[in-house]
Design a binder for this molecule. Structure first.
Ligand SMILES: N[C@@H](CCC(=O)N[C@@H](CS)C(=O)NCC(=O)O)C(=O)O
Length: 239
């Protein structure tokens, strides 16, 4: 008798849990092809979190987006139960803390600090140099940025010890670093090969072959369209 009652209680609790999960209001404002948005999409997919995607047009962002992110006026913006969060790395941390399954940050404080350090390094050194190496008008400045980028990639090459930066599974740094293989596809120059950066090269193949990444990564055409829109948006804001 007692186990029948326990079973009933469990089923009621489970259905309450399902209701709570489906009542969550999870929204992502993004722009197709944006590496920063893809970061968030990969994290949500890894966690199995359902969300509503709202497409924004770069250079002509919606009023809603600007209300949510008046400081930077950028995608991605993640909205959880009406509360907006901006900046892709901040969003990743929020997602990891809110949905505990399949963690993307290590629990060990030192390893967590390192993951934060390297993901910041990727944004500060790799992403910045990558943009410049493509968008600078002056050929000399583009060349200088390319050298800076290669220098930064060497640090990452040295840092890569396992299959992924996060070990055997994809983690925070891998997600942050998706910029690199994505950029390789659209850049007119060869960023890394199996000769100059063998570990990064192998990592990029493993990364792309990961079923979640593979499903989320945009097509080449979408990436080109994104880079074109980004270039136009940057040019317009510099006028
Ligand atoms: N640091 C930001 C960078 C986000 C960012 O650069 N977003 C770009 C698109 S990739 C954007 O929204 N630009 C506004 C525009 O071009 O109108 C993050 O990590 O989320």
């Amino acid at each position: 008798m007692i186990h029948i009652i326990v079973g009933k209680v469990k089923r009621v609790l489970q259905s309450c849990g399902a209701m709570a999960a489906s009542e969550e209001d999870v929204k992502l404002l993004g722009s197709v092809g944006s590496p920063f948005v893809i970061r968030v999409q990969i994290a949500l997919k890894l966690k199995g979190v359902e969300y509503k995607y709202v497409e924004e047009k770069l250079g002509n962002l919606s009023e809603t987006l600007i209300q949510y992110n008046p400081v930077y006026k950028m995608v991605p913006v993640f909205v959880h139960n009406g509360k907006p969060i901006s900046e892709s790395r901040v969003i990743l941390e929020y997602i990891d803390e809110t949905w505990k399954q399949n963690p993307i940050l290590p629990s060990d404080p030192y390893k967590k600090a390192l993951a934060r350090f390297w993901s910041k390094f990727i944004d500060d050194k790799c992403v910045a140099a990558a943009w410049k190496s493509v968008f600078m008008v002056d050929e000399k400045q583009r060349e200088k940025a390319r050298e800076e980028l290669l220098e930064a990639l060497q640090f990452l090459e040295n840092e890569l010890k396992d299959k992924f930066f996060g070990g055997e599974d994809i983690g925070f740094v891998d997600i942050a670093a998706l910029f690199i293989p994505l950029f390789q596809q659209v850049a007119e120059f060869q960023l890394f090969t199996s000769d100059n950066f063998p570990k990064l090269y192998k990592w990029s193949l493993e990364f792309y072959n990961h079923p979640v990444v593979n499903e989320i990564m945009p097509s080449k055409d979408q990436q080109f369209a994104y880079f074109k829109a980004r270039a136009e948006s940057l040019a317009a804001s510099n006028k």
